[in-house]
Write a protein that binds this ligand. Structure first.
Ligand code: GLN
Ligand code: ZN
Length: 761
């Protein structure tokens, strides 16, 4: 009988009750000391190690904890702190957080010295990491002892851990060169520092070290493959007793299989949830001294593992002489903590779910089944999956028929843009450079308090609604006072742009504590999309109509697009993502049409998450973009040509998706642009993008109020790229997290700047 071990790649660090988030925020506001923050964090680490130990994990990770982000930790470990953070020697916590968050000195200009590092998405997930800033002269040296300290800390608790760090090639891949030099040329300088880190861990007695190289899931050119080979040839000579495990996750090895399998290391981790295609070829070429960690339990989703299917996958490895480990597909950082507090979820739905703690249990179950002692577990799991397949809650016949019948309707377009816009201009009568906002207005403490009271049942529907109505009236009055051209209702009734719609749609459920870290102390609690999606009731019509009744200016309706609802939810796996998105699109379309019938002349369908869903492999990108854009089009299909459709995307890298943006064919697209000096508009210019564009003229991520002159300059620089008839003026994104005072001042300046540019024409 083969003996399996259990390997874990990483555990959620934020805590069951988001203890780390709370401690960080108290520390930042000065309410607790650094010592208190550190001791609370140590307690969390201890709890997490003990949970894993008790769950029978053989290879327990350390250094997977982070005060903010694991890439930032690597920047400190490797000592490549950008020069503007003037600190030599060990990186202290103040500098660490300054790199993460910048210096927040309200109102005043953010000086160069305190600008935070850029943040961007971690592969195709909704986790954000801080981007290392490199240039030709960057030097590396160990400037943080965190990885060694945490190894020791666990050892002192009697737990021998496997330190985890990001591998050198993935680290360089995630970095950005700030002087245009080739960042991979730094590998020569980087490897000796990695070597030193490994040696120090070996001196401490580490048996295993995990190096994450998820770039193996991407298309790699020959040079990158060579660098990977070279790195591990070198690193494997740096330790003698300690063993190196290289981990790939988030995708298939595909054309990188040979290189991965032949790395001169002692262990390899493969993602068998997303990378099942590899299995048959993988084990043919692997040498039998290597430990193989089989990533069979999905670390990116919340559904219970299907043991029967998983055992079939494991079966293909069984005859190997290699030591095999059972493992989650990737770090559990991307899964919520535990199902235990979810007493509001119905038992049936709950029985379909597994969060991090339960995933560790699943690995134990699988191990027991493989040892021949867990037959009852296998049978129970099989029965659960069989009965789930037939469960009526997952199917809605009408939805299935509607979805089938809607094929092709995304092309039922209105007239071509050139004709539509003439009709729209006629009825909307907007000035040149129309001003508007992205949707949400500030949500203050009182609003959050009222919402909490309502959720707890302390105030009733009427009381809550009347509060919301009051808030909407205030937001509309503010926009009128400023003189904006196209108004919004302000989204006061929405806690979150996806949750709000999920709550009104059939097919969604909501957890109490299924938080997942998004960045730093920020967590998201994605809705659980478990069944066929349909619209129960109109979702936004009442509030939009009410807001429209308060003004003579055009009111813009505000919907979240189907791809964004998909991307920001935990999605069922028994139906293709394409099909799920189509169902959501049909539900949104009903709302779009109802808004039109209610007399709303402009409807914005936000799609900030389209780009984040882009697959890692080039080959799969086109297919994804096709159905994603189709879904967007479907959600807007069916309104008259005279109704103006807007969309909003909050990122600034359009290069890879420009064709798709064109195919979305929204009448107006607003984008984040203020931080890029408008050069991102180059691609819109190059492609002669024909529709209208609202490049954000100021950054809403900072409380700073931009001056009239500054915004005027921004507007003028837009006009270098886009014809004035095509341009809208708006901020970068929604204003929900900002304070009212700064929002009023900033929007007023935006309006004045627009008027001054108009006057100068
Ligand atoms: N309409 C949303 C808002 O203003 C858009 C948010 C987003 O793009 N993330 O809040
Ligand atoms: Zn946005």
């Amino acid at each position: 009988m083969k003996d399996y071990k259990i390997n874990n790649l990483g555990f959620p660090r934020i805590g069951a009750d988001r203890e780390l988030k709370k401690a960080l925020e108290l520390f930042w506001s000065g309410s607790i000391t650094e010592i208190e923050l550190k001791s609370k964090s140590a307690l969390l680490r201890e709890q997490h190690w003990v949970i894993q130990q008790e769950a029978g994990v053989d290879l327990i990770p350390s250094n997977d904890f982070s005060y903010y982000d694991q890439v930032l930790d690597m920047i400190c470990l490797l000592g490549c702190v950008p020069e503007r953070f003037k600190e030599a020697g060990p990186v202290g916590l103040d500098t660490y957080f300054e790199m993460a968050r910048g210096q927040h000195c309200c109102g005043s200009d953010l000086s160069e010295g305190t600008r935070a590092l850029e943040m961007t998405k971690w592969f195709d997930s909704n986790y954000h990491y801080l981007v290392p800033e490199l240039n030709e002269t960057t030097e590396f040296s160990i400037r943080s002892t965190k990885i060694f300290d945490e190894y020791q800390e666990a050892l002192d608790l009697g737990i021998k851990t496997k330190p985890v760090l990001i591998g050198p090639v993935t680290f360089l891949f995630l970095s950005k060169s700030f002087d245009g030099s080739d960042r991979f040329s730094l590998l020569e300088k980087l490897l000796p520092v990695y070597g030193e880190i490994l040696q120090r861990l070996e001196q401490k007695g580490a048996e295993w070290i995990q190096l994450d190289e998820p770039i193996f899931s991407m298309d790699l050119d020959e040079n990158t493959k060579r660098l990977l080979k070279k790195s591990y040839e070198y690193l494997s000579t740096q330790v003698s007793q300690t063993k190196l495990l290289v981990a790939n996750y988030f995708g298939d090895l595909d054309s990188n299989l040979e290189e991965f399998v032949s790395l001169p290391v002692d262990g390899l981790h493969v993602d068998l949830v997303r990378g099942v295609k590899d299995v048959s070829t993988f084990f043919k070429s692997v040498d039998d001294t290597k430990l193989i960690s089989l990533g069979v339990v999905n670390g990116r989703n919340i559904w219970k593992n299907n043991y029967t299917d998983t055992l079939e996958i494991i079966d293909q490895f069984k005859h190997l002489k290699n030591q095999l480990c059972l493992s989650p597909s990737c770090s559990l950082l991307h899964s919520p903590y535990s199902l235990r507090p979810e007493d509001d979820l119905d038992e049936e739905l709950k029985s379909w779910l597994a969060f991090s703690e339960e995933k560790l249990q699943e690995l134990q179950d699988l191990k027991l089944i493989l040892s021949g002692k867990g037959n009852a577990l296998l049978i129970a799991n099989r029965e659960l999956h069989e009965s789930k397949k037939q469960n009526e809650r997952l199917f809605n016949k009408q939805v299935r028929i509607a979805s089938e019948e809607s094929r092709g309707e995304e092309f039922l377009t209105r007239s071509p843009f050139k004709e539509r816009i003439i009709q729209q201009n006629k009825s909307l009568k907007l000035p040149l450079l129309p001003t508007t906002t992205i949707g949400s207005f500030p949500q203050d403490k009182e609003l959050r308090r009222q919402r909490a009271l309502f959720k707890k049942g302390i105030i009733n529907h009427e009381q809550y609604d009347s509060f919301i109505a009051g808030q909407i009236a205030k937001d509309v009055a503010l926009q009128e006072k400023i003189g904006l051209d196209v108004l919004v209702h302000g989204e006061a009734e929405r806690n979150d742009m996806v949750e709000y719609f999920g709550e009104k749609l059939e097919g969604f459920a909501f957890s109490k504590k299924a938080w997942v870290q998004s960045y730093g102390s920020r967590c998201v609690k994605p809705p659980i999309l478990f069944g066929d999606v349909s619209r129960k009731v109109a979702m936004t019509v009442q509030w939009t109509q009410y807001a429209a009744s308060l003004t003579t200016k055009p009111m813009k309706g505000m919907l979240t697009g189907p791809v964004t609802i998909l991307q920001w939810s935990f999605v069922r796996e028994d139906l293709s993502r394409e099909e799920v998105t189509r169902q959501i699109a049909l539900a949104i379309r009903e709302e779009t049409i109802d808004l039109e019938h209610a007399g709303i002349p402009i409807i914005q369908i936000d799609e900030p998450a389209i780009r984040e869903g882009l697959p890692l492999r080039d080959q799969q990108k086109a297919l994804y973009l096709k159905w994603a854009v189709d879904a967007f089009r479907l959600s807007a299909a069916g309104v008259q040509s005279s109704t103006q459709i807007h969309t909003h995307m909050c990122y600034s890298d359009f290069n890879e998706i420009m064709d798709s943006v064109g195919r979305m064919d929204a009448d107006v697209i607003s984008i984040e642009a203020s931080r890029s000096d408008m050069e991102l508009l180059e691609v819109f210019k190059e492609q002669c993008y024909p529709n209208e564009i609202g490049p954000g003229v100021y950054d809403i991520h900072s409380p700073r109020v931009p001056s009239v002159e500054e915004i005027s300059l921004k507007i003028k620089s837009i006009l270098d790229y886009v014809a004035i008839e095509q341009v809208w003026i708006n901020p970068d994104c929604g204003l929900k997290t900002r304070g009212l005072v700064e929002v009023e001042a900033a929007l007023q300046n935006m309006q004045l700047a627009t008027e001054s540019v108009r006057a100068g024409l």
